[in-house]
Design a protein around this ligand. Structure first.
Ligand code: FUB
Length: 324
């Protein structure tokens, strides 16, 4: 498989969450549906209804579409917009996590279970209690504990949960007010509920101050991902309006995290969304752009490329359209 090329071309795919399960690479993307409707600031153009799991035997191998793994019609609580998913494995079961809107138009995060990494997945009757917003990423720590990171501004509704309950018309942090962060919660043993009430993560600048809402080149917008490298927790995310993938580091999974730099410069299309995965000692960034559709925001395609660390643990910035 060639790096920095669309992994599949027969369907539109986005928001890739990549994992190695049993020595093989599995990618859990959103499945974009082409339509001619307009774009808006609420993400109304992202009308996804199902999930397909992609897989590769290795980074060099062909990428396979394993077909539909879960459809909206089989999830009792979902009304529309099945956005960016993730998957984790525990004791031989695979747990798919996905955000979607309920009948009131509120985003929550659901769980679905399978015996196979490619599904089909059986969804729970309701969303994970206490879950909110979009873009779940579930991380398995070395000690066997699992944590969910999630949340997205604007259409992702993260602003509406600042008080801990849903506010349809919230105050939007602005100027030098602290920016919002993703929320964080440890998963319970059943992997279908939280062990604790979700709390918001803080991202600090180099002086130990929370990043400000006006700092759009560094503050959190959506698409969190967690990985651990050399004992350090790396929280990476999209800055949305400025279209970067950035990262912040901590010695604890719940942070606070300190901003460290950029991983990926802007790609073709408004959204940018990624995951990071290790395969046989090499690290890879999975991401998307709109190459196949030539820039139509809701017709995206997933790609991957190698990611490199410097000796001090910083990550080398990737320029998506330049030769390495
Ligand atoms: O795919 C729909 C939304 O677009 C995702 O949830 C965001 O992260 C952005 O990629």
């Amino acid at each position: 498989m060639e790096e920095r090329r669309p992994l599949v071309r027969h369907i539109f795919t986005a928001d890739p969450s990549a994992h190695v399960f049993g020595g093989k690479i599995y990618i859990y993307p959103s499945h974009d549906i082409p339509h001619d409707g307009p774009d808006d600031d609420e993400g109304g153009e992202y009308l996804m209804e199902d999930y397909h799991v992609l897989s590769m035997d290795s980074p060099e191998a062909e990428c396979i579409d394993n077909g539909e793994a879960l459809h909206m019609k089989d999830v009792p609580w979902v009304a529309k917009q099945m956005w960016a998913p993730d998957c984790e494995c525990k004791d031989g079961k695979y747990y798919l996590y996905f955000p979607a809107k309920d009948r009131e138009g509120v985003f929550h995060i659901g769980a679905a279970v399978s015996d196979s990494p490619i599904g089909p997945f059986k969804a729970e009757d309701s969303w994970i209690e206490g879950s909110m917003s979009i873009d779940p990423a579930v991380f398995r720590d070395d000690d066997g504990r699992y944590y969910m990171y999630a949340g997205g501004l604007w259409g992702g509704q993260l602003e509406r949960w600042q008080t801990g309950s849903y506010e349809p018309h919230p105050h939007q942090p602005e100027g030098d007010e602290p920016a919002l962060g993703p929320f964080f919660a440890e998963m319970a043993d059943d992997m279908k509920s939280f062990r604790e009430k979700p709390r918001m993560i803080t991202i600090l600048d180099e002086e130990g101050q929370p990043l400000k809402a006006e700092d759009e080149e560094r503050r959190y917008f959506e698409g969190p991902w967690m990985h651990k490298y050399d004992g350090t927790y790396y929280l990476s995310y999209s800055t949305g309006t400025t279209h970067y993938i950035c990262y912040a580091a901590s010695d604890r999974p719940e942070g606070p995290f300190t901003y460290r730099g950029r991983i990926l410069e802007p790609v073709l299309g408004w959204t940018t969304h990624h995951s990071i995965m290790e395969y046989e000692g090499k690290w890879y960034l999975f991401y998307h752009d709109c190459e196949i559709s030539n820039g139509i925001n809701h017709r995206r395609n997933v790609k991957f490329t190698q990611l490199h660390y410097n000796a001090d643990g910083t990550i080398r910035t990737i320029y998506p359209y330049e030769e390495e």
